[in-house]
Structures are given as structure tokens and as C-alpha cells.
Ligand binder design. Structure first.
Ligand code: SRM
Ligand code: SF4
Length: 530
């Protein structure tokens, strides 16, 4: 709690957290299952269950959403099959979404099934703990970690270690279950910043230090030592969006977990808790200034942080990993499949698990673009793999707009939504691709409200749901964002047009695509070639 925050000034979330810790509901699952959702205490149901990754959905009462944790976005075929079994039992209500944090959410969940679902998760090493509310969200890492010949650091182990520290190996850790607000952590391992480091509260980006500099250990003073420059304070919210700023600190990989712990302790103990709209890490940095923040982190760490390396190694454009790529292991490939707006059904999930096991090593990975990667496909099996019927829907070479489409959940399941997103996004992209020819992908992100879960500020064209007026009627509309740059020199896009009714959007997008992204009308292109 901040020195200045008194109990009276606490917001309602802080009050209920002080009354009973979110993690306390872990011991009450059998009781809730027997009681049913309608008879439950409302604060337990609507809020505390999110500490276990279980989200009450006011849009579909009684059908809960479960948000897992997927460190570095990696799971096994066996785990995917368990997730598929869980959603399968809900028939048409059951589905899953790959999220913008390399993670998965399950839908249709009945509270009476929770004990059984948690047992199933436990048996295969899955956890949904501390994935919602005032906890650290899924920790993202490089989706091709350990596969990419050009990678600088394999992020998998570090991401897992941070998750284990924060969640007590998936059992729940009360040390970090009452932060002032949500908190995002990302580690980039390659040159293309595939995790969107710039939009995380705490991010680590590859950077080399010269040995000899600042007493770094090395026999040869010109030797380069690998580590990470640290970025802090990136976040999106309805009130404010900021890119992360450099902490001017460099850390060796072996100290990353301790730095995460130190930063989180500082945030937990000093972060502002009076106003939920002003409680993300950047607000504390604003209040203190970067220097004081850094000193407080160093105090918790028990040592000084080295100044940042002069430059980081993010010097590539961002890759989307869709398609077939050679791995650093000779004779093996990773194959990125496009999953339209991240939506999966049980039969898809069983099939993905099967493909990963038959053609790869059983491993499946998620990307922050809501797609999947199947690694370790042997050269000799590749041609047959590419003839699998599932790849007709989950393509390795989708259209150039489809390829980069991202969408948040939207009105179908999210009560914050001002508009329907996923289905609309798919229909719009289809219509645009029918009329236009593209020479390169254009990244379009949809988000149903200003919370920005679909990250419109990182997109070439970002569409943020809003309500707008036309002919005296209130309609679903969007604010249009442009200028988001990812990968090298990442920066956030800004709002360029406000309040376009969704029904009028297609010609406006068409125009933007032609004027700014080199798209051509198919008819015109045809005339020229004739
Ligand atoms: Fe988000 C709240 C969905 C990534 C910013 N987000 C929500 C809730 C939980 C609201 C609710 O209770 O209905 C949404 C659940 C809807 C549902 O049923 O699916 C929700 N957020 C999502 C997901 C599923 C969008 C997606 O389709 O991929 C993403 C889940 C990630 C995960 O696996 O953990 C998701 N949310 C994000 C991101 C993007 C990111 O992390 O890169 C952001 C912006 C980045 C950030 O947080 O700084 C984001 N979500 C928010 C916010 C605004 C936070 C703030 O400080 O104000 C909220 C509202 C809140 O926390 O009060 C929110
Ligand atoms: Fe829901 Fe808004 Fe997040 Fe979309 S951006 S998932 S509508 S909270």
C-alpha cells in the first residue's frame, strides 16, 4: 500500500481483497460446485474466482470462461487433448480462444465441473492459477525459442522459472496475489521483438555488454556478454496507453527471475491503490520518477543494477511465423498455422494434438497473433503434413489481410464490449480481400472497447469499438488507429478517425489500404494487365 493510501481511500476492489484474499477460494471449489453459481456469494463468483482463472460471464451467466497459463505459449498434445475434452462436453457452448498473450481461454464451463476440471489439469501439468484480476498475466516468450537458428536466447526456461516463482509452481502464491492491478511480463529472445516488449509492464530485450565494462567477469575484455536491457511501465487502459520506457538497466539471464521478484515487490508494496484507473506500474513510476523507482528495485534486489547496454539487439522486422521454416536442428521444420481470430472448437483441438504428435514431437505453441506453431516436423514428413485437411481451414498461406488479423473477444462473451468483434472482423477481411490485391501483409487489429485487449495501438490499422450516432440512432462503431510499428523501432499508433459506424467502415478501410498500404482494386489491376 502507498504511504499515502488509507483504508478509507481504498477502491472497492481493494476492500474486498483486504476482506478475503482472492486465492482463498481455492479451498472452496467443491463447495461452489455443490452450491451452483446462482447461490454463490457474488464477490467470490464475479471476482475472486478469477484468481483461479475462472471468469463469470455476465453475457452468458452460468457458462464460465477459464483462462489458462501457457508459459512461453507452449503446450503438449496431451495437454491440448485435455483442454479439448473440457470444452467438448459443452457441445455448442464449448469453444476456446487463443489470446493475445500466447495463451488459451476455454468457454462454456459449468461450475459443477470445476473439481473435475482442476483434477484433469493437475494430472497433465496445466494451471489456470492467478491468470486474472490483480495478478501477473501469462508470461510471453519467443514463440520459436529453441528452434530458430538466429535466436539470441532461448526464453523457455526463464519464462517457466518466473511463472514458478510467481505461482508457487502452479499451486498459488499469496506473496504475489494482491498486486494493485494486473501486471504483464515479456521476454524477447530473438531480434524481432515477437512478444511486443513495448506494451508490457516489465520486459526484457536482448542486449550485449562488453566484458571489462562495469567489472563484468571475463578473461577477454572485448568479449561480449549476453543479457537483457530492461523496459518498464508499458500498458494499455481505457484511460491511458503508454509504451514501456528503458529503466536504464541491464541484467544477466541468471538475474532475471530476481529482478522480476524485486520489481513486483516494489509494485505490490508501493503501487497506487486508491484509483483503479491509475494503478498500473507506470503511475508509480510517474509518482516517484524513474531514478527513485530504480533505487527501490535495487534495494529489493540487494545489489545495484548495471546501466543498460548502449543498444539492444532488436533490429529485425517482426515475423508472424505463418508458413514452413527450417529449424536450427538439421532436417526439422516448424510450421505456423493461421487460426482465424484464434477461435478453436473441440474437434479442431483434438486434430491439432494429433497432427503435432504424428508429424512433430507432440509440442504445440501459440503466438501473440492468436495462431499456432507446430515444431519439429521432419523434412521427410512435411509434404504429407501439408496435405492434411485441417490445413485447408488453418492455412500456412492465408490471404495477406487474413494472415495478420487479430481480434479480442468482443460482445459475444465480454460484457465490456461496445461492439461484436471476431465474426465482424472475419467478414470484413473477407470482403476486403475479395475486392483488393495486396503485395504485403497489413496488420489489422480489432478490439471491442478502449481496454485494448486486441492491441489496436500496435496495428497498421487498429479498430477500437465505440458507440456512435447516425440519423438519430445509436450504432456500433469504431475509432480508427494507425501508425503502430512492431519489431524494430516499435512504437504505438494513434487515433486518426473517431466514431465510424461499422456499417460504413468497409469503403473507409478500402481507401486506407489503397492510399497507405499499396493495395489495388482487383478490377483496376485487371484493366491494366489487359
Ligand atoms: Fe484484456 C479485461 C480479454 C489481453 C487490457 N480482458 C479483460 C477481460 C477479463 C474483461 C472481462 O472480464 O470480460 C476480458 C475477458 C473477455 C473474455 O471473455 O474473453 C479480456 N484480454 C482479453 C483477451 C482474451 C483478449 C483476446 O481475445 O486475446 C486477452 C487475454 C490475455 C491473457 O491470456 O491473459 C487480453 N487485455 C489484454 C491485453 C493485451 C496484452 O496483454 O498484450 C491488454 C492491453 C495490455 C495491458 O494490459 O496493458 C488488456 N483487459 C485489459 C484491460 C485494461 C487494463 C487496465 O489497466 O485498465 C482490462 C480491464 C481491466 O483490467 O480492468 C481487461
Ligand atoms: Fe472485452 Fe474490451 Fe477486452 Fe475486447 S477489449 S476483450 S471487449 S474488455
Amino acid at each position: 500500500m502507498t504511504e499515502a493510501t488509507t483504508t478509507a481511500s481504498l477502491n472497492k476492489f481493494e476492500k474486498f481483497k483486504a476482506q478475503k484474499d482472492g486465492l482463498a477460494v481455492k479451498g472452496e471449489i467443491e463447495k461452489f460446485a455443490a452450491l451452483g453459481w446462482e447461490a454463490m456469494d457474488e464477490t467470490d463468483r464475479d471476482h475472486r474466482l478469477k484468481w483461479l482463472g475462472v471468469f463469470f460471464r455476465p453475457v452468458t451467466p452460468g457458462k464460465f470462461m477459464m483462462r489458462l497459463r501457457m508459459p512461453n505459449g507452449i503446450l503438449t498434445g496431451t495437454q491440448m487433448r485435455v483442454l479439448a475434452q473440457v470444452v467438448q462436453r459443452y457441445g455448442d457452448d464449448g469453444s476456446a480462444d487463443i489470446t493475445t498473450r500466447q495463451n488459451i481461454q476455454l468457454r462454456g464451463i459449468r461450475i459443477s465441473d470445476l473439481p473435475d476440471i482442476f483434477d484433469k489439469f493437475h494430472a497433465v501439468g496445466l494451471t489456470s492459477i492467478q491468470s486474472g484480476m490483480d495478478n501477473v498475466r501469462n508470461i510471453t516468450g519467443d514463440p520459436v525459442a529453441g528452434l530458430d537458428a538466429d535466436e539470441l536466447y532461448d526464453t523457455r526456461e526463464l519464462v517457466q522459472q518466473i511463472q514458478d516463482m510467481l505461482t508457487n509452481k502452479g499451486e498459488g502464491n499469496p506473496e504475489f496475489s494482491n498486486l494493485p492491478r494486473k501486471f504483464n511480463i515479456a521476454i524477447a529472445g530473438g531480434r524481432d521483438n515477437s512478444v511486443h516488449a513495448e506494451i508490457n509492464d516489465l520486459a526484457f530485450v536482448p542486449a550485449f555488454k562488453e566484458a571489462g565494462e562495469q567489472n563484468l567477469p571475463s578473461a577477454h575484455s572485448h568479449q561480449k556478454i549476453f543479457g537483457f536491457n530492461i523496459l518498464v511501465g508499458g500498458f494499455f487502459s481505457a484511460k491511458r496507453c503508454e509504451a514501456a520506457i528503458p529503466l536504464n538497466a541491464w541484467v544477466a539471464p541468471e538475474d532475471v527471475v530476481a529482478v522480476c521478484r524485486a520489481v513486483l515487490e516494489v509494485f505490490r508494496d508501493h503501487g497506487p491503490r486508491a484509483n483503479r484507473q491509475k494503478s498500473r506500474l507506470m503511475w508509480l513510476i510517474d509518482e516517484w520518477g524513474l531514478e527513485k523507482f530504480r533505487v527501490e528495485v535495487e534495494k529489493r534486489l540487494g545489489k545495484s543494477l548495471l546501466p543498460a547496454a548502449a543498444k539492444d539487439e532488436i533490429d529485425w522486422e517482426k515475423r508472424d511465423h505463418i508458413g514452413v521454416y527450417k529449424q536450427k536442428q538439421p532436417g526439422l521444420n516448424y510450421v505456423g498455422l493461421h487460426i482465424p481470430v484464434g477461435r478453436l472448437y473441440a474437434e479442431d483441438m483434438f486434430e491439432i494434438a494429433r497432427l503435432a504428435e504424428v508429424y512433430g514431437s507432440g509440442e504445440i505453441r501459440f503466438t501473440v497473433e492468436q495462431n499456432i506453431v507446430i515444431p519439429n516436423v521432419a523434412e521427410s514428413r512435411l509434404a504429407t503434413f501439408l496435405t492434411e485437411p485441417l490445413l485447408e481451414r488453418f492455412s500456412i498461406s492465408p490471404g495477406l489481410l487474413t494472415r495478420s488479423l487479430v481480434s479480442c473477444t468482443g460482445a459475444q462473451f465480454c460484457n465490456f464490449a461496445l461492439i461484436e468483434t471476431k465474426n465482424r472482423a472475419l467478414a470484413m477481411i473477407k470482403a476486403l480481400e475479395e475486392d483488393l490485391i495486396f503485395t504485403h501483409p497489413v496488420r489489422i487489429h480489432w478490439t471491442g472497447c478502449p481496454n485494448s485487449c486486441g492491441q489496436p495501438q500496435v496495428a497498421d490499422i487498429g479498430l477500437m469499438g465505440t458507440k456512435t450516432r447516425k440519423n438519430g440512432k445509436t450504432l456500433e462503431g469504431v475509432d480508427i488507429y494507425m501508425g503502430g510499428k512492431v519489431g524494430k523501432d516499435a512504437h504505438l499508433g494513434t487515433c486518426i478517425i473517431k466514431g465510424i459506424p461499422c456499417e460504413d467502415l468497409q469503403p473507409i478501410l478500402q481507401d486506407l489500404l489503397i492510399k497507405n498500404f499499396g493495395a489495388k482494386l482487383k478490377q483496376e489491376a485487371l484493366l491494366v494487365s489487359n
